[in-house]
Each structure stands twice: as C-alpha cells, then as structure tokens.
Design a protein around this ligand. Structure first.
Ligand SMILES: NC(=O)c1ccc[n+]([C@@H]2O[C@H](COP(=O)([O-])OP(=O)(O)OC[C@H]3O[C@@H](n4cnc5c(N)ncnc54)[C@H](OP(=O)(O)O)[C@@H]3O)[C@@H](O)[C@H]2O)c1
Length: 182
C-alpha cells in the first residue's frame, strides 16, 4: 500500500507561491531545500501538476504529472495523467512496471493537494514555513487565500508531530500526520 507524503514550503501568510511559474528555491531557505531534496531522494515517485513540473523540469526524475492536455509516458520515467477518473490507490499499478510506488511524494500545486485531500490519501505532511510574507499568491488548497499555514492542515484533521526551528531567520519545519478517522 502506497504511503503519500505531502511536502510543501509556504510563506508565513500561507502561500505556496507568488505565481504559477516561480519555483520555491527563489525564496525558500537553504535548510528547506536540503530537507526537500531529502524527501525527493527517498521517494519512489513524485506527483505534481503541470506547472510545478515545468517550473523545475528534471528529465531523469520519476514523476507522475497531472494534466488535462497530455497523457501517457512522455519520457521513460514520466507519466502524464488526467486524474479525473483515477484514485490515489490506483497510481501504483500505473507506474509499477517502471518502478514500484511505495513512497509517493506529493509536490503540489494547489489542485494536486486538493485531489489527494479529497481522496483522504495524504498520510504525512512535511511543512516548512518561511519567514516571508507574500500578501497574495497560490493557496495550499483551493479556497484558502492566505492565513496561518499550520491551521490549514490542523483544521483538516492533521496533527502536529514535531515542530522545529531550522535557522536564525526563524524558518519552521513541521511534521504532521493524518489523525485516525480524519
Ligand atoms: N512552495 C511549494 O512547496 C510549492 C509546491 C508546489 C508548487 N509550487 C509552485 O506553485 C506553482 C504551481 O502551482 P499551481 O497550483 O499553479 O499548479 P500545478 O498544480 O503545478 O499545475 C496546475 C496544472 O496541473 C494540472 N492539474 C493539476 N491538478 C489537476 C487535477 N486535479 N486534474 C487535472 N489536471 C490537474 C493542470 O494542467 P493542464 O493545464 O495541463 O490541464 C493545471 O493547469 C509553481 O510556481 C510551483 O513552483 C510551490
């Protein structure tokens, strides 16, 4: 059974990006980037939307890319998929011939988060909160328009397991898990 981890960096006011084509490395801390790459390295597959893929194209990485415009294997390790009729527990069968999907890393953006949340399929969250304020931008979930990023998860049934400060600037790193029955 696949375990899905959502890894996300946000501004202090709860945005994942200022726009659709700016990768987090433009504003996230070196500490966040190191933890992000640890997650990427340990995952079997990363799942993301087309904008996130295109903002940081990595031809050799194993990716499942959500899109309504293309479908099928566009590269030997990159499957494009319109997830409309698919469930998260079906992804493993779609990619298993290339590499088993034991640990799936949810990379966003907003509607990819929505899709996994709607299927109650986010097992863990790695949330980095950077001490920057955007004022406007893309929310963690559709319908969220800024605010405390931690309560975006706790209000949806996730429980904080750990909360550490990563650097002198005040970057926070939280691990959350889905509560039983949540
Ligand atoms: N801070 C972070 O941790 C973090 C995480 C992820 C992304 N980002 C940033 O956020 C921005 C992108 O986020 P985003 O929300 O605009 O876009 P996104 O989810 O990466 O891409 C949106 C596109 O993906 C496809 N898509 C996504 N969900 C779908 C669904 N459920 N069904 C069908 N198609 C779906 C659609 O592609 P088609 O138009 O082809 O149909 C949609 O237009 C980038 O700047 C990225 O770097 C930041």
């Amino acid at each position: 059974m696949t375990k899905f981890t959502l890894t996300v960096a946000t501004s202090a006011d709860g945005f994942i990006s200022r726009n659709t084509d700016e990768p987090p490395q433009a504003w996230a801390s070196a500490e966040e980037q190191a933890l992000f790459f640890r997650d990427v390295e340990s995952a079997d597959w990363a799942i993301m939307g087309r904008h996130t893929h295109e903002a940081a194209d990595r031809p050799l990485r194993r990716r499942i890319i959500f899109s309504t415009t293309k479908s099928g294997w566009q590269r030997p390790t990159q499957l494009w998929l319109n997830p409309g009729q698919t469930r998260p527990d079906e992804l493993a069968d779609l990619v298993g011939s290339v590499h088993p999907l034991g640990d799936g890393l949810i990379l966003g953006g907003t509607r990819v988060h929505d899709w996994f949340l709607a299927h109650n399929a986010i097992n863990r969250v790695h949330l980095t909160v950077e001490p920057v304020v955007f004022g406007a931008g893309l929310g963690i979930f559709s319908g969220s328009s800024g605010g405390d990023p931690i309560s975006e998860f706790t209000s949806r049934g996730f429980k904080v397991q750990s909360d550490v400060v990563l650097n002198a600037a005040g970057t926070r790193y939280l691990a959350l898990v889905r509560q039983e029955g949540g």
